[in-house]
Design a protein around this ligand. Structure first.
Ligand code: CU
Length: 204
């Protein structure tokens, strides 16, 4: 009896030791095979001016809301100027450099200060954790042009100037000289003078 119990214990211990490595390596939700996240736009090396639309692409997995636990799906995160490498099962930070698109957005309007910036996409699971293995895009670099602000300021200036001109035209500060409805030549016409004299005198 004692021998049987110790044999069972040894069997359980052996099985536990055999399973332990696989249990320890299970970090986060399993990513789908061949899952790929990528930028549709902007392109790597592109120069943008002012706010731009960033479009997220995903293959072999689906996009859903954070909190939805559908197999093989997750939500996008945009990493701006982030150097750290994502680890399987690691929580994706929530700050200005790690933007969560928890409503399942597949594009976003981004506004960055002028200069060079890196962008990277990361797909997170229902709890905002990295998949195992992490589903991350290539890191791209974009340049935000300085001219964007200047162009906007110039456009605003010209619009304001146009508005001022229109207002001035609609309400002139000095009254325009009245144009005579009848030219002096017409009033001097002998025929018309004769006709008016005859009407007022009752002559026919
Ligand atoms: Cu998230």
């Amino acid at each position: 009896m004692l021998r049987t119990t110790s044999s069972r214990f040894c069997l359980i211990l052996t099985l536990s030791l055999a399973l332990a490595p696989s249990l320890l390596s299970a970090k986060g939700t399993k990513a789908a095979k061949d899952a790929r996240v990528y930028f549709i736009s902007p392109a790597d090396g592109e120069t943008v001016s002012g706010p731009f639309i960033c479009r997220f692409g995903l293959r072999n997995m689906g996009v859903t809301h954070a909190g939805d636990d559908f197999a093989g799906s997750g939500h996008h995160h945009l990493l701006i100027d982030v150097d750290e490498t994502m680890q399987a099962g690691e929580a994706i930070p929530r700050d200005k450099k790690h933007i969560h698109y928890a409503a399942g957005e597949t594009e976003a309007r981004i506004e960055l200060p002028p200069g060079k910036h890196t962008l990277q996409l990361v797909l997170g699971d229902t709890k905002h954790l990295n998949f195992d293995p992490p589903v991350v895009s290539e890191k791209i670099m974009i340049t935000v042009g300085k001219s964007s602000g200047e162009e906007q300021a110039r456009a605003t200036r010209s619009t304001n100037e146009r508005r001022k001109l229109m207002e001035r035209a609609a309400a002139p500060s000095e009254p325009l000289p009245l144009q005579p409805a009848v030219t002096p030549e017409m009033t001097k016409s002998p025929e018309s003078s004769d006709f008016i004299s005859r009407v007022f005198s009752g002559a026919r």
